[in-house]
Design a protein around this ligand. Sequence first.
Ligand SMILES: C[S@@+](CC[C@H](N)C(=O)[O-])C[C@H]1O[C@@H](n2cnc3c(N)ncnc32)[C@H](O)[C@@H]1O
Length: 373
Amino acid sequence: MLADRPDRNDHWIEYRVPERPTDSPPAHTRRRRYRGKNPRAFHDKYKELDSERYPADVKKVIASGKTPAGMHLPIMVDEVLRCLRPRAGEVAVDCTLGGGGHARALLDRVRPGGRVIGIDVDPLELPRTEARLRASGFGPDEFVARHANFAGLPKALAAEGLTRVDMILADLGVSSMQFDNPDRGFSYKGVGPLDMRMNPRRGESAAQLIARSSEEDLVRLLQENADEPHAPLIAHLLKLQPLDTTHAVDRLVRAGLGKALPRLEKTDIKMSVRRTFQALRIAVNDEFSALDALLRSLPRCLAPGGRVAMITFHSGEDRRVKKAFQAGYRSGIYSAIAGEVIRSTKDETFANRRAASAKLRWAVRAVDSPLSP
Ligand SMILES: C[S@@+](CC[C@H](N)C(=O)[O-])C[C@H]1O[C@@H](n2cnc3c(N)ncnc32)[C@H](O)[C@@H]1O
């Protein structure tokens, strides 16, 4: 049974944490005790993590302007649909499937006869999203979930017997499921291993990256990935001792900045901690290289007249998308591109704070461009 949902076109995402066989009764486990009236730690948010059993609690959290633990609210869904203009029978690629909110909205509109290929580099969340979409009635002929990095988009399409598609979407960064789960190590808000890998089965963790990098490397990384104004000081702090947990980095940066720069406001220190985590995450996942590769492959992966939409969350990403679209427009590959970025509405920003920094851009592949067949 799925969470309470008004209708099919609503962008509500059902989230189920406990994976148990449907024919066996739920195993009884005693709820973990927490201090105070409301749970603060991720794993204690029992009701939010099980929207199937507690839909009213989940709705209450959303109505209060917060995102329930373990649930990703898709951003600017209506705006994305206006840019992509999906029609029945068309084929779309969602390069960042995440919790499947955007993919679901596309699936509803390409029916009948259309198809959505959902790509994600995260091997842990991908099967859960696939299972939710299957449970919502989308069969393998309509929806395919593929574990891949969008840097290799042409290869991922070839695996589906495709070279070009009608629509491509990329909603960059990490999902709330990844970010909120302290075991993944993405956020200073939870205590967990200093990991930050979207694909925890490959590459090095943030802890390994810090240990291997020189202080100069870390300065560059903090400046290039997050425009951090106190990069030299933070890089120095990060090299003082081995760091294994998110909490250790949080404490170290807060205490170090507070001591060295006593005039800094607490909010400024918090912003520096946030930027430090962002810079490390971008480096661990090689996010800019992947985005550059995707932007290069877009023109040959889009059918003539095809549409692309991209949601970015910081200037390093938006700059790249803007420049690639402008260059494509000048050379005649794109017949139209977004003049201005599209931002989320006030209401959406209230309901989902992640939407505040989101920027949406779009482009249309020219019918008779230099790359046309
Ligand atoms: C912001 S979330 C997308 C949320 C999604 N639009 C939804 O409606 O739920 C970003 C997702 O992109 C994935 N991702 C990030 N970089 C990727 C890459 N280079 N290749 C494939 N997936 C990537 C992340 O693992 C994450 O699941």
